[in-house]
Design a protein around this ligand. Sequence first.
Ligand SMILES: *Cc1c(COP(=O)(O)O)cnc(C)c1O
Length: 415
Amino acid sequence: MRIDGALAGPQDQAMTENFTGSFTQQEPIPEEGIAGAVAIMQTGRLHRYNTAPHEVSQTALLEEEFAASVGAAYCLAVASGGYAMATALRACGVKHGDTVLTNAFTLAPVPGAIAAVGGVPIYVGVTPDLVIDLEDLAGKLDRARVLLLSHMRGHICDMDRLMALCNAAGVTVIEDCAHTMGAAWDGTPSGRWGKFGCYSTQTYKHINSGEGGLLISDDADGMARAIILSGSYMLYEKHRAAPPPETFAQIKYETPNISGRMDNLRAAILRPQLRDLATQARRWNDRYRVLETGLADTPGLRLIPRPDKEHFVASSFQFLLLDWAADAVADVLRRCAARGVELKWFGGAEPTGFTSRYDSWRYAPSPPMPQTDRVLAGIIDMRLPLTFSLDDCALIARIIRAEVSAVYQRPAAAQ
Ligand SMILES: *Cc1c(COP(=O)(O)O)cnc(C)c1O
């Protein structure tokens, strides 16, 4: 297979090619997952606690395997990533009216999880490298007991520094790993730095069960609370990645049931995908590197640096058109869309699709954040499904490069 880099192909060819793939088309569920799902349906035992004598449920096995894959003591499978985050917040004792620090650059389920427990988000800014602004965080640590840290779009900040800051201030960290399943910072998996790690298994994430979530922790009391919260009907002894039964002695009386369990059908679909995760991560990153190479040194376009310590899983791609005029950015999006390349913009005044921003969450108002606004106004975001080939990625890069260059060269494109 020949991979065209940015330098290959004459300019006039680059101006006429179109892309015809779908940015929302994921790969099929692996055959083994389909067979596992059919087998569960044939038993009729879809509920995680509905097991035959001596049978271990698919959900309990998934929890055990996921915990082992990241080296966590405990794991709980739940109904969604949003549910995992809200449960982690509740298990940390966040109550109505409590403030919670979180990223200004993230997606709606994150402030939504805080709102679900009656919490009040305090947003922390984003840097041009698309990670949480640690200076801004340092100045806000005295305003909350908990940080819900979103590794938004898979960009991981300096976790050693973040944990040192939070530990010194007595702030508990919960990690939103919706975009970092399989990723790590300096060899420690994302999700293993904070008290809880929260994952999503929704269709657009790294493993796909339509909807679903996973929660990990080494904290026995916290995980016991999470298990009771999820709706365990005192059947926690059927789990295989749960704290010992004595941990539940008091907690089972003090903790409400807020049902949000995973079921065996989803778990059966997920288990073979979890085994393939490292391979899939490599395939995603191969695609990412083709795009990155194809877009290198495009005038007016800033690629996002990826530090050596960051082991990422590139299920999406971002770049910045920093300090561009809004109509010039809109023009790039229009021109790329006309050639089949679907880009999303976090700078739009109104929330469209998933690109809502902190000032569109009016239930959780925030003072303006000018430095963050400058970055958000330049963020261009693209999905990178594994149904794209490396050639597809090279073509997409040629199209973006040509259209960004065409608009940038016009007078007054940049402010
Ligand atoms: C998808 C996502 C979640 C969790 O989403 P669910 O749809 O509830 O599984 C959390 N955070 C981010 C940043 C996400 O993109």
